[in-house]
Write a protein that binds this ligand. Structure first.
Ligand code: ZN
Length: 645
């Protein structure tokens, strides 16, 4: 039976529905657990909006009030507001998640003002402060909505000579702070605070109950407490630890939670909820809030489990200096999962694989949990227009391979990236488990490169076939397919950065760095051209693998020693800058085919059925196939049937 995946395209963003087929087969207890955990995840959503941009929540409220009170608004203006709002929802604010650049409303400010006044006459309630008038509110938000040069980039790790990375970044993780202010500052709440300069000194506003985001965190905790009643013992211990961390904000409690979470490895239902990834921070320290709830897909977990069990075997064969190999690899667990809800830094834009915790010391001592999001991979694959592959593949053979093996090649590569990649290696003792402090703005991209290179290096390893990750008789074709796709991607991804000549997003930097390095240092990838169109072609699988191994050894050395100068040199040379003419060519090609650059996902909707005393008797899952409806529901707006076009 065919069901909709691709729903609509807004500018260069695709909107895609994903499905969680495993949900129906769960016990009522597990479904109820998911229900409460999902409420907790939705309760934290707004934290991430505020972290990305200090005006984002007010802006969203203005937009949503207009959309839900739109009678009489000029249809052309309304349609522009709807376009902008959908991009705003997908990116959790007015900055594009990939390019980091701000996008703006394309109608006249006066027309927007008129729409807001109309909406107010229809009952819209705007987020005015005190006795502020609607016009004063709109004056205050005019530059955030309309001026692309105001707060131009959400994260800017390379602002140019003499400019400060914190000052050049519009995110709300810092206020009035410059890098030199941090010299000698004792930062106690690295992950979960906002750093503010007040009366000439630095203050950490700690994210916890009673602190920054206190009310929202208290809501999260209420739902987590409901979840305790239906959680199995190991999950209950984890949730208890998470609640304690949300209460105290102390790093020791965060570590205790991380350890409890890693040790809860048999759970069929699991959640990630907290201040986790640090890509949003130009320094790579502060955690962006994210929430996911997921269930294990047992059918697809077998191969990953074997991979995790074999982690020590692979660690002993890592192609880097034996000093940086781990003696023992403990507790790496890997699962194929189906996500049921994702918010904050994880939704509507989602990763396809996750390996946590990020705390290097806990990884080394307690291991890590690694998940591949199989239903997201499936939705990507099913929503991908066929023209996409045809346009950028050099030969018909390459197209055929991509169609036949692309999905499995991508899934296995993601699995190795997460399980063996992020989980591997050790760093020098003097770094105290925190290489990010030495590698600063290059840390995240370097770590992603390391994990990608581990995957590219081991994909041809016969053991991968032996343990059933791939059918052994097709492994060679799968390797070729992945190497071709990897090379192609470095070209195709340029479509995502339509302005400027540098990459900001860490995964994009890492992928470009690897491909450009291989072009310069190994005879594995050729740049070819036909009919004025450029192609990146993998010409030698052996040379590709050998080159990946050599680069991996150097990337691991840089991480292990915290060699900032070498990291900077590597990314400045290969990873950050690109040729504007080449990008323009790629953009022309995708635009001619109307191909999207990135994807925002619509999630399942859960509905709890209760009896007379309020006890949950069933949890139903459905698929709204409607971004606007879902986003308004998450914001707690009344969605009037028929008002949502
Ligand atoms: Zn990664």
């Amino acid at each position: 039976m065919s069901r909709p995946y691709f729903l609509e395209q807004i500018d260069d963003a695709a909107v895609v529905q994903y499905y969680a087929d495993g949900f129906e087969a769960l016990s009522l207890r597990d479904k109820t657990l998911i229900w409460h955990l999902a409420q907790a995840v939705i309760a934290g959503r707004d934290i991430y909006y505020d972290q990305r941009y200090r005006h984002a929540l007010e802006m969203r409220e203005v937009l949503e009030e207009i959309l839900t009170h739109s009678a009489g608004v000029d249809p052309a203006v309304l349609s522009e507001i709807r376009r902008y709002t959908k991009l705003f929802w997908i990116n959790s604010g007015p900055h594009n998640n990939l390019t980091a650049r701000k996008f703006v409303l394309a109608c006249a400010p006066a027309a927007f003002r008129e729409a807001a006044h109309r909406a107010r006459r229809s009952g819209a309630a705007f987020p005015v402060r005190g006795d502020e008038t609607l016009d004063e509110l709109l004056d205050r938000l005019e530059r955030p909505f309309f001026d692309a040069a105001t707060d131009a980039m959400v994260t800017n790790k390379t602002p140019g000579e003499g400019r400060d990375i914190l000052e050049a970044s519009a995110n709300n993780l810092y206020s009035g702070v410059r890098m030199p202010d941090l010299d000698g500052f004792d930062e106690r709440y690295g992950l979960n605070s906002r750093l503010v300069k007040r009366d000439g000194r630095l203050v950490e506003e700690i994210c916890r109950i009673g602190g920054r985001y206190g009310a929202r965190i208290a809501h999260i905790v209420d739902h987590l407490r409901d979840a305790l009643h239906v959680a199995p013992p190991a999950t209950r211990r984890t949730l208890d630890a998470l609640i304690r961390f949300y209460e105290s904000g102390e790093d020791d409690d965060r570590a205790a939670y991380d350890i409890a979470w890693v040790e809860d490895h048999e759970a069929d239902v699991d959640t990630i909820n907290g201040f986790v990834e640090n890509y949003l921070d130009a320094r790579g320290v502060k955690g962006a809030w994210e929430g996911l709830v997921y269930l294990v897909n047992h059918d697809k977990t077998g191969g990953l489990r074997r991979l995790a069990e074999d982690a020590s075997w692979f660690e002993a064969r890592m192609p880097w200096d034996p000093r940086w190999r781990r003696e023992t690899v403990t507790g790496v667990t890997a699962r194929a999962i189906e996500v049921v809800v994702e918010t904050g830094d994880a939704g509507p834009l989602t990763p396809v694989g996750i390996n946590l915790p990020n705390d290097q010391r806990i990884r080394e001592q307690h291991g890590s949990k690694s998940v591949t999001l199989t239903n997201i991979n499936e939705a990507y694959e099913k929503s991908q227009p066929p023209a996409f592959r045809r346009e950028f593949c050099w030969s018909a053979d390459e197209v055929a391979r991509a169609e036949q093996w692309g999905a499995i090649a991508g899934e296995v590569t993601t699995g190795i990236h997460e399980v063996l990649g992020h989980g591997s290696g050790r760093v020098a003792d003097h770094l105290q488990g925190q290489p990010q402090l030495a590698l600063k703005e290059h840390y995240s991209a370097l770590e992603e490169a390391r994990a990608d290179l581990v995957a590219l290096f081991f994909l041809p390893e016969p053991r991968i076939g032996e343990i059933g990750m791939v059918p052994a008789e097709h492994q060679a074709e799968i390797v070729r397919t992945e190497y071709e796709a990897y090379a192609r991607n470095a070209l195709v991804q340029l479509r995502r950065v339509r302005q400027g000549t540098q990459l900001e997003e860490d995964h994009m930097r890492n992928r470009q760095m690897i491909v450009q390095w291989l072009m310069a240092n190994a005879a594995a990838i050729e740049v070819r051209s036909r009919d004025g169109r450029t192609f990146y072609v993998c010409t030698d699988v052996e040379a590709f693998r050998h080159g990946a191994g050599r680069l991996l050894a150097e990337v691991q050395r840089i991480k292990s020693e915290g060699d900032y100068a070498a990291a900077s040199d590597l990314f400045e040379t290969y990873g950050i800058h690109f040729d504007a003419d080449l990008r323009d060519e790629v953009v022309r090609r995708v635009d001619a085919l109307n191909l999207p650059s990135y994807t925002g996902f619509v999630q399942p909707t859960l509905e709890a059925v209760t009896d007379e005393v309020g006890r949950i008797t069933d949890v139903r899952i459905s698929y709204p196939c409607d971004l606007e409806r879902q986003m308004l529901e998450y914001s707690g707006k009344q969605v009037v049937r028929g008002s949502v076009a």
